[in-house]
Design a protein. Structure first.
Length: 131
């Protein structure tokens, strides 16, 4: 298991680097924001790293802090707990920053408000924007 988890961590790191390289306004709303970062990471993971772990899109809408954010839910095996990844973590080539949501957004993020989006209609809506 430790060897597998090491490969999983490397895949996350590599996918974050690739996301920062290929980021663009994929949903054509005139802005590059959390939706774009999440969609690019999600697509790259599904294309190149899917053997390394399970990935889903996630939302966190926290009325107490004003957070309204899309990001990545990921785990390396079905029996494992989800980890929540900020796909913007390596923005501007900053590879030394933690990519975990709780580290990236320490004052705004509360995992209580996480909603993992596994339903087909939700994913289909966003993924169609990638075409």
């Amino acid at each position: 298991e430790p060897q597998y988890k090491e490969a999983y961590r490397k895949a996350i790191y590599d996918c974050l680097l690739a996301t920062s390289k290929y980021i663009c306004d994929v949903n054509n709303d005139g802005d590059i924001n959390c939706q774009d970062w999440t969609l690019v990471f999600y697509k790259l993971w599904k294309q190149n790293y899917s053997s390394k772990g399970i990935v889903e899109m996630a939302l966190n809408v926290n009325p107490n802090t004003g957070m309204n954010h899309m990001f990545i839910a990921i785990k390396y095996a079905p029996i494992c707990d989800w980890e929540f990844i900020e796909p913007q973590a390596f923005e501007n080539g900053n590879c030394n920053r933690s990519y975990f949501m709780e580290d990236y957004w320490p004052k705004k993020y509360n995992p209580f408000f996480n909603e993992i989006k596994t339903d087909y209609l939700y994913k289909n809506y966003f993924l169609n924007k990638l075409k």
